[in-house]
Design a binder for this molecule. Structure first.
Ligand code: ATP
Ligand code: MG
Length: 397
């Protein structure tokens, strides 16, 4: 029995009362059976979009994917996607069906779905429909394609990455036929848009079995990220579940500029590119970093990237224990990590006669003086340091 939220039950009952079959389906059923939170309840019905329109007359029903049978019902501000049972065929481009037909039978609809764990549905009473043994596969931690694995992955190459993502997130092992097809068909990943590859990778890398799946399916990942050559080190289970650190881990055998070009090719946003590249570029430097160097790196890259780099460099076999201890000590005992923390503010410098860009430049020089240990972060010590700064920074303009 699946426990449906009352709002979902009411929608299913409304469709049933109008003579249609209706179910909650896919990820919501999988997550319910795994005891995990459900983010959205996708519904499937024998009603066509026109029939849904009649059934929900007077309500906000948006034609979000009407050609493929998907309507979105907005109730109490919550969107519910309702899709007509459908059969898909064609898939000439390894990505999308050339033909979608509405059907009246739930089994046909479940048949088009990718994995047995995603091909289960539940009616308004909570009764499960599971024609392909998804519940049993979940119990055994198995990921299995619906039908012939090679045929199904060939139809839509995105399923290859979805497989790795589901396996990593839900701790599932692809059964032998599915595993074989994942390797055999990885070249078809070229048909998947870079954005979708990135979207799946981000979720896969944050899954609890990301380490095992990456090492087992590294050739598939190489096909997903052209140029990726070096397998990352073993990923301990307590490695931070931070997206940019996980990417840095995946790219840890590569240079920062290679990491940057992988993420550029995957159309990653600037923030992710910056964070990952920062961590990867720190990797070779951190193990022997002196205190002044650690202070500069902390100011430039931030604590997350620096700690991540230290952790990663240890995974890569470098001895970073001293730098780790130094960083802990520094964070515990020091108070000046950026110009904002200086005991002499911009306003103070203005009062001393500094103008324009000389203010910011002087602050940066003072911060560097603190970092390198030439002075300490007190007003007196900083004031004493000012006459020793390079002449250009003392210019009163
Ligand atoms: P999540 O929402 O956590 O990503 P999900 O299983 O709900 O997981 P969706 O992408 O929302 O995944 O898709 C909903 C359902 O549609 C899936 O459970 C699956 O049954 C089906 N589905 C989605 N994408 C595909 C695909 N590429 N091939 C076959 N079936 C798919
Ligand atoms: Mg979903």
């Amino acid at each position: 029995m699946i426990h449906l939220p009352p709002s979902v039950r009411v929608i299913l009952q409304q469709l049933e009362q109008n003579g249609f079959a209706a179910y909650a389906v896919g990820g919501c059923i999988r997550n319910s059976l795994l005891g995990l939170p459900v983010h959205d309840w996708d519904l499937t019905t024998s009603a066509t979009p026109e029939e849904m329109t009649a059934c929900f007359a007077g309500e906000r029903l948006l034609p979000t994917g009407i050609r493929h049978g998907t309507m979105t019902l907005l109730r109490d501000g919550i969107p519910y996607e309702i899709t007509t049972f459908r059969r898909e065929s064609g898939y000439i481009d390894h990505r999308r069906p050339d033909r979608v037909d509405f059907v009246r039978d739930l089994r046909e609809d479940l048949l088009r779905r990718d994995f047995t764990a995603n091909a289960m549905a539940c009616d308004s009473t909570g009764r499960l429909s599971d024609p392909f043994g998804g519940q049993n596969d979940l119990r055994l931690h198995i990921l299995r394609c619906v039908g012939d694995a090679e045929t199904r992955l060939k139809e839509d190459a995105l399923r290859i990455l979805r497989a790795l993502r589901f396996a990593a997130c839900y701790d599932l092992t692809p059964e032998p036929q599915t595993e074989k097809a994942l390797f055999a068909l990885c070249d078809t990943l070229a048909a998947v848009s870079r954005e979708r590859v990135l979207q799946e990778l981000r979720r896969m890398l944050c899954g609890k079995s990301a380490g095992e799946i990456t090492s087992r399916f590294f050739p598939v990942l190489r096909a997903a990220v052209p140029g990726l050559m070096h397998e990352p080190p073993h990923l301990p289970s307590d490695f931070p579940n931070d997206e940019s650190l996980r990417f840095a881990w995946l790219f840890s055998g590569h240079t920062a500029s290679e990491a940057e070009s992988f993420l550029h090719a995957l159309r990653a946003e600037n923030r992710l590119r910056r964070q990952v590249t920062a961590t990867v570029s720190l990797l070779p430097q951190v193990p022997d970093a002196s205190l002044p160097v650690l202070r500069r790196q902390l100011a430039e890259y931030g604590e997350t990237a620096l700690r991540g780099a230290l952790r990663l460099s240890a995974l890569c076999g470098q001895d970073s224990a001293d730098a780790q201890t130094a960083l802990d000590h520094l964070l515990e005992n020091e108070t000046c990590f950026s110009v904002r923390d200086l005991a002499l503010s911009g306003a103070d410098l203005l009062a001393l006669g500094f103008r324009g860009t000389a203010i910011g430049e002087t602050q940066r020089q003072l911060l560097e003086a603190v970092f390198s240990g030439r002075c300490v972060n007190t007003r007196e010590s900083l004031l004493e340091e000012i006459p020793h700064l390079p002449p250009s920074f003392k210019t009163l303009t």
